[in-house]
Design a protein around this ligand. Sequence first.
Ligand SMILES: NC(=O)c1ccc[n+]([C@@H]2O[C@H](COP(=O)([O-])OP(=O)(O)OC[C@H]3O[C@@H](n4cnc5c(N)ncnc54)[C@H](OP(=O)(O)O)[C@@H]3O)[C@@H](O)[C@H]2O)c1
Length: 436
Amino acid sequence: MTTTPELYEMQEYGELGVVPKSMHAWVIKKNRFGEPLQALKQDVVPTPVIDDNQVLVRVMAVGVNYNTVWAGLGQPISVFTLHDKDYHITGSDASGIVWQVGKNVKNCKVGDEVIVTCFKQCMEHGNGGLNNPNFVSFDPMSSVNHAIMGYETPDGSNAQFVAAQAQQILPKPKHLSWEDAASYVLTYFTAYRMLMTQAEIKSGELVLIWGGAGGLGSYAIQLCREAGADCIAVVSSDEKGEFCKKLGALGYINRKEFKGYEVTDAEFNHYETMANNDRRHQMMKAIGKRIWEICGQKRSPDVVFEHSGRETFATSIFLAARFGRIVICGATTGYDLSFDVRHLWMHQKRILGSHYANFLDCRQANTLITKGKVEVINSRTYSYRDLPQAHDDLYNNKIIGNASVLVMPGDIRGLKTREEIEARFLNASKESSLPA
Ligand SMILES: NC(=O)c1ccc[n+]([C@@H]2O[C@H](COP(=O)([O-])OP(=O)(O)OC[C@H]3O[C@@H](n4cnc5c(N)ncnc54)[C@H](OP(=O)(O)O)[C@@H]3O)[C@@H](O)[C@H]2O)c1
């Protein structure tokens, strides 16, 4: 009979299906908010215990995401107001091997190679909200108690094991390494919902994409290409602009050349200055003209892809076409927004909120990766010990596209299957457990 091990070392494979009592994880604590290098520390914590509808995954790699940055900063809220644990494991996506399944789980089995998404469905209203008195739609995201793993819940994926609901599990695309498979899950699925489900982009439309070379933006460009829509990327360097063109953007706008369109904190706090800012108006118009130059005709964006927030939102509202849509999922530069609402009502534009993705969005998006229609942009893979550095680089806008962190494979890149992991680590852990 196998006894329950206390802990597996990082590269110790152990035995498939045998769960140790504790695990290594990157955690934040209440008294340690700050930038990633300060907030994130390695710790040993209890391994999650799954229920009948859940799956335990042995994590091979994770994505590098803003959820971890915000959780560490304690901004805009402390994650400790969202749960009652005294530590918080960060991480909202992963690739890995199914290690244990609850008895009701039908979509995967022990040993499967999978990716883990972060939308934890409300089990009470998980049918899409039908039992919910505030019923909005059949979308499970309309339910009241759903949560984003690793931000709204304390049991994120930046650890040796992660517990997920069965519906959070999708097959890992076979052609991808563990690190590539972990790199896209949060950002790409978010971009998919924003453009495909919420904004419903159509062939022939024009989309303006802020941060075109970023985590969300690099997938937004590819989704426009797939949908037959034209897109223009906004970036902060020509190098990033050329990268966006290679992904399929019609052209790019280097935002550094249009200084003055931004809503700064100082102006935000003095609305009069902001409302009367002719210079901003001139700069927003100049960006609009640049769009016409790129298009070769007077054309305004049918959709604006937003996540930068306060600094850019007034410009997004101004630039969108009549009846255009501004779809927004985040606010890197500030979540209190200020803009001239006349541009919205006079031209009947619509603002659409969007948040991560439901199971259907994730599945449809993942199929495009599996079929090779969307290319994974994993520009840098960090080793496990450098997870805080990876998030510091994200926070300081140093990552093009997306990045990932290897968990079990340590520094060994390019492994793709369970067999490859076992060949590399199973015997190594057996040898290291032999008596000296
Ligand atoms: N609600 C959700 O489900 C969800 C999911 C994922 C992400 N988000 C949020 O979306 C935001 C972006 O995430 P990400 O992973 O794409 O980050 P990212 O990889 O850092 O990309 C963001 C891009 O925004 C651009 N940017 C940075 N500062 C800017 C500014 N002041 N003005 C205009 N553009 C600026 C940068 O490009 P340039 O410097 O080249 O312009 C950067 O590449 C974050 O706030 C994140 O929390 C929300």
